[in-house]
Each structure stands twice: as C-alpha cells, then as structure tokens.
Design a protein around this ligand. Structure first.
Ligand code: SF4
Length: 396
C-alpha cells in the first residue's frame, strides 16, 4: 500500500506555506533522488491571472522549484500545454510567470510548440482508452509533479491534480478525452472522468501539490474567467494522487466518492479516496472546508432570449460555447434577438424559430438545416466561435 499521507497548511506567506506543507511530509527528498529530472506541470490552460483562481499562483510553483532544487534535482522543467485553441508558451510569457520560473532555476517548456513530440502508451487496464499519447518530456521524466488549482469544473465537478495532467497531453489526445463518450451508449453524461482514470493507470503524478491560495467556484456569465475566486490561503500535498485530490474535493465541500474520476481511480486500486482513511498532517480538513458553488453547465443557458440545445455533444463543443457566451456581458446578451445554439449530432430544433440557428461544431454542422450559421471544428476554438458570434450580433 502506498503512503497516503496528505499534508495541509494555511498561511499568508505563499512560499513559507509551501515549505511547511512539504516539510510535514519530510520534504521532496522522499520523492526526488539526487540528479533526477523533475517535470512540474502547473495550470496555465488559459491566459488569466492566478488572482482569479483560474491558473496556478506562480509563487506556489517557485516554492516547488526551490524544494526540488533542495532535494538534489539535476534538471527542473516547468512544462505545460494549454486547452485547445491557446498556446501555453504565450500564456506563460504574457502572465509574466516564465521569467519567474527561469529565475528560480527551472527551464520553461511550451509543450504546445511541438505537438508531435509524443510517446504512445498502451492502456491495458483502460475501460475506454486502449492507448494514449503523452508529451515525451512528461512521459520520460524521472519525477512528475502536478500543481493544479483548487477549482470546480463544469463536467468533472472538480479540477485537481489528476485532471491537471491533461496539460501533458497533445491537443489530439485532449480532444479524444472530450469526445470518447459520444459514440458510446452509456448512462454517464460525459466520459472525461473515465478517460482521466484510465490515464492514471499509465501516466500519473509522483507528487501533487494543490494551490488553494485562491481557488475558483461556480460559473459567472460575463466574468471572462468562468468562475468566481475563493480566497483560501491553503496548500494541500502528498504522493498518493487519489488521496490528495480526495482531500481537495472534500475541502471544497464534495464527497470525493461522488466525483467520478476520483471514485474510478480508487476502484481501480490507484489510491485512497475515503477521507477517513487518509492520514492528515497539519490542518484538519474540517477547519479549512468551505462549500464551493458548482460550475453548472446549464447556468449560462438561463437567458430568456438564448436557447442552448445539446444532444450527444461532448464537453469540447459544450465548453467552447460556454466560454464564448462567457466572453459577452450578460446585459449585452440580453439585448440579442432570440438566439438558438445547437450542439452535438442529436440536437434538434424545438420547432419553427425566428432567425438562423447557430450550429456549433462539426457534428451539429451535419444536421440537415439549410438556414443555419455553421461554426465548424472539432471542437471549434473559442476565439473562432467568439468572432463569428460578434460578427453575427453586430448592431446588438
Ligand atoms: S464536433 Fe464537438 S460534439 Fe462533435 S465530436 Fe467534435 S467536440 Fe464532440
């Protein structure tokens, strides 16, 4: 049985809090051997400041780089691939974090730069995935450290250390994660959770440190950042990636066994998900616990003049549409004429409608509707959907 200890610390001084959290576990020397190559993957999936809770606080990453150096790592790499449609290198440069990590002694790697620098692994225990492509640097490093943010997610409920490893996969593989469920007859709404658990059987973090300095909850239409920030000043860390995510989910007010990818990973014997069985060091989770509002997918469909009809869509297109709506102010959206979005191959118009419906994604674009605005792609990038919509709604 692997060591499922999880350390929790709170504090205003970020570097000190990271240090204390790690020292309770005996430091990263328990994970890293002298001379090893360490790859740290934070969350810079979108070009948004960490103060919003959307991305990892750079000081947290600097703290981890310092601890890896102390443990004797030879090469320390901070590597990331953003969500499809963005470029992690640009994001890290624009947010000013690249320089911070280099100054702290790490090499910064934009995984998006070379989408073909991958290795393929068989997923023999996979329930959905039979093989997976992983960026070579992430697959071949000696020690992989996931440094996610404590936040909610519209499809997986929470987005923590396991889900954060999607940032080590090329775009083509990310898209498969988001659409595997489409062709399956299954009661599960989305199979993203299953893909994450399958990935964990062959590609998982050796250590996870959750940045709960500012977390993120809910879905705020028109905020431009997806959710609302939650100041927590908390760091959670450990080697058992299922246990760390379980404690993170618990702190967000969730039952970890109700978070599918956590439960699946636990059921596959990859780690501990029962919080009562996890040895906790430092703060008791109940002293930090706070209910995070869920990021409900339907929330942005609540405008009276906007209908979002989804049928057999996967999270790629659904998320692209939500991000797009999120880029407009609610007041602006309420001024639009009646607008219908169809997403997925099984979506259907409710009857006669005024105006042209928008078909989002390759699947919806195949629907036999002549009088429609087709926004193709699998999934279409956000910026493309936003631009098409801006053009169509000019004058509103
Ligand atoms: S077009 Fe959209 S719904 Fe269809 S497979 Fe691609 S991402 Fe999924």
């Amino acid at each position: 049985m692997k060591n499922s200890e999880v350390s929790i610390q709170r504090g205003e001084n970020i570097i000190e809090t990271v240090k204390k959290t790690l020292s309770l576990l005996g430091g990263l020397g328990n994970v890293i051997k002298k001379g090893e190559t360490v790859l740290i993957t934070p969350n810079y999936a979108v070009p948004i400041m960490s103060e919003t809770g959307a991305t990892t606080n750079p000081e947290v990453v600097v703290g981890v780089i310092g601890a890896a150096k102390e443990a004797g790592a030879r090469n320390i790499i901070v590597a990331e691939s953003s969500i499809v449609g963005f470029d992690a290198g640009r994001i890290m440069a624009e947010l000013g974090v690249k320089q911070m990590f280099e100054k702290a002694g790490a090499k910064v790697l934009n995984l998006d730069e070379n989408q073909h620098d991958v290795v393929q692994k068989k997923v023999t225990q996979g329930k959905l995935l039979k093989k997976i492509e992983i960026f070579k640097h992430a697959a071949e490093c000696d020690v992989l450290i996931s440094v996610p943010v404590l936040k909610t997610h519209i499809y997986t409920g929470v987005s923590l250390g396991m889900k954060n490893l999607k940032g080590t996969l090329p775009d083509a593989q990310k898209k498969i994660f988001h659409r595997v469920g489409v062709r399956k007859k299954t009661e599960e709404k989305f199979e993203l959770d299953r893909c994450i658990a399958d990935m964990m059987t062959v590609h998982h973090p050796d250590f996870t440190l959750i940045d709960g300095i500012v977390g993120q909850e809910g879905f705020v239409p028109g905020s431009g950042v997806c959710g609302a920030p939650v100041k927590m000043n908390t760091i959670i860390a450990g080697s058992d990636f299922v246990a760390v995510d379980s404690v993170g989910a618990y702190i967000m007010g969730r039952d970890p066994l109700h978070v599918n990818h956590i439960r699946y990973s636990h059921e596959m014997g990859l780690g501990e998900a029962h919080v009562e069985n996890i040895p906790i060091l430092g703060e008791h989770p109940d002293t930090v616990r706070r209910e995070f509002r869920p990021a409900i997918p339907g929330e942005v469909g609540n405008y009276e003049n906007v209908a979002v009809i989804e049928g057999g869509s996967c999270s790629g297109c659904s998320f692209a549409l939500r991000w797009t709506l999120n880029a407009f102010k609610p007041l602006q959206i309420r001024k639009w004429d009646k607008t219908v979005f169809l997403v997925g191959s099984n979506s259907q118009l409710p009857g006669e409608i005024d105006g042209k419906p928008f078909l989002i994604g390759k699947c919806a674009c195949k629907l036999p509707l002549k009088n429609a605005i087709k926004i193709t792609g699998c999934p279409p990038p956000f910026w493309y959907v936003i631009n098409r919509l801006k053009k169509a709604k000019r004058g509103y």
